[in-house]
Write a protein that binds this ligand. Structure first.
Ligand SMILES: [Zn+2]
Ligand SMILES: [Zn+2]
Ligand SMILES: [Zn+2]
Length: 394
């Protein structure tokens, strides 16, 4: 999905520029943010890989994934900038400091900003590209100057995207660190997923540390702060840093840590999970029940899901002469792995509600039923359409 998420930012940008939306430029830009946010917030789905990579390869992949997250943030900042500057990209990446990007990140494999020197903007300012300049990710099996972003396709290159998505990195640390507040996506709070994200973010920081220390890992996780991580993350279920106490390393090329304690017992997770090791990456407990969802979580997840489907519909329309599919099912598997389920209903409530018009192309989608009444939401809401955006009441 994530390659396509960047792609979609561009599509929506074009829509904004072309003035197809009646809302006008400024409202359109805001809409763009919402949809970008919807994609960012979507839970990543891990891909099955046939043979597990070697520990060294795993390390290189994590570095590449960290770099890819940096690129996604820069690309998001560039698209936001263009959306608010009549479709024009900045002359240099440093222009993003004025309200879009807090600072320019370092590639975890190169240990420096490899992006600024590669940034090129077209003479008319309407297209740009940048990449991780050099051969820092050669060991991860990618070509020089990858990851690469190209505004004309709105994509990050396929190869690095498929590796990063295979590891299912959510890029939360990069988003937090780089994107200016208000441009950050908000994700529905699932403590177990958030804890897994924390583990992955710590792993990226460990790889950055290792790049600058001849392949060794630090003795303590606290060695990572503040240069590699602003602070050690907090497991939302425990309300504290549960990772530092569990961290062990052989002082050379391997390490492991976990969320120490029984903090996720409520959903059937045994003590000391999730785990993360340099050899295996993230390790999850088997047979964990789906977490019970409080009404506020369900509503927020349902809203995100609807917007997420909206993003997939836009991608479909772009590939199919601007027409939306007749049925939501047509989005699977090319645009969505599956149609999401509303957590309050425990099933897909969207497919039945979906309706489409062809001239001009438009659609309406809503959560069918009355599962959100506890949150004061009437039946058959939230609703989403291109014209009205996301609405929780008539
Ligand atoms: Zn890089
Ligand atoms: Zn935890
Ligand atoms: Zn719902």
């Amino acid at each position: 999905m994530s390659i396509k998420s960047v792609l979609l930012s561009l599509v929506l940008l074009i829509v904004v520029i072309c003035g197809i939306w009646e809302m006008g430029l400024h409202a359109g830009a805001r809409q763009l943010h919402q949809v970008v946010q919807a994609v960012w917030a979507s839970p990543a789905t891990p891909k099955e890989s046939a043979t597990p990579p070697s520990p060294e390869m795993e390390r290189q992949y994590v570095r590449l994934a960290g770099c890819w997250c940096n690129c996604r943030c820069i690309a998001t900042a560039l698209e936001s900038y263009a959306a608010e500057h009549r479709g024009l990209y900045p002359r240099s990446l440093s222009s993003l400091y004025s309200g879009y990007l807090k600072h320019l990140p370092k590639c975890p494999a190169a240990g420096k900003d490899t992006y600024s020197p590669s940034y090129i903007v077209s003479a008319d300012g309407r297209a740009c590209t940048f990449h991780c300049k050099g051969t820092s990710h050669k060991a991860a099996g990618v070509k020089p100057n990858v990851p690469r972003f190209d505004s004309s396709t709105g994509r990050l290159d396929e190869k690095s995207s498929s590796i990063a998505e295979g590891l299912s990195f959510s890029c939360e640390a990069a988003i937090d660190d780089l994107l200016v507040k208000g441009r950050k996506p908000s994700s529905p709070e699932d403590p177990y997923e958030a804890c897994q994200s924390n583990c992955k973010n710590i792993a990226i920081a460990l790889e950055m540390w290792s790049t600058n220390h001849k392949g060794r890992y630090p003795t303590l996780l606290s060695d990572l702060t503040p240069a590699y991580l602003k602070m050690l993350p907090t497991c939302p279920a425990a309300g504290k840093d549960t990772y530092s106490a569990s961290y062990t390393t052989d002082g050379k090329a391997s390490y492991s840590f976990c969320c120490k304690g029984k903090h996720h017992a409520a959903i059937g997770v045994p003590a000391d999970y999730p785990k993360y090791t340099s050899e295996q990456g993230i390790v999850l407990a088997q047979n964990v029940k789906a977490p019970p969802k409080p009404p506020a979580y369900s509503l927020s997840y349902c809203k995100e899901s609807i917007k997420y489907v909206g993003v997939a519909l836009e991608m479909y329309a772009m590939d199919n002469g601007r027409q939306y599919p007749k049925k939501l099912g047509q989005l699977v598997p090319g645009y969505l792995k599956k149609i999401p389920a509303c957590p309050a209903a425990g099933r897909d409530t969207y497919s039945d509600s979906y309706s489409v018009k062809t001239n001009p192309p438009s659609y309406l989608i809503y959560c069918k039923g009355n599962q959100h009444t506890k949150m004061g939401i009437p039946a058959n809401f939230p609703q989403y359409s291109i014209a009205a955006g996301l609405r929780t009441k008539p």
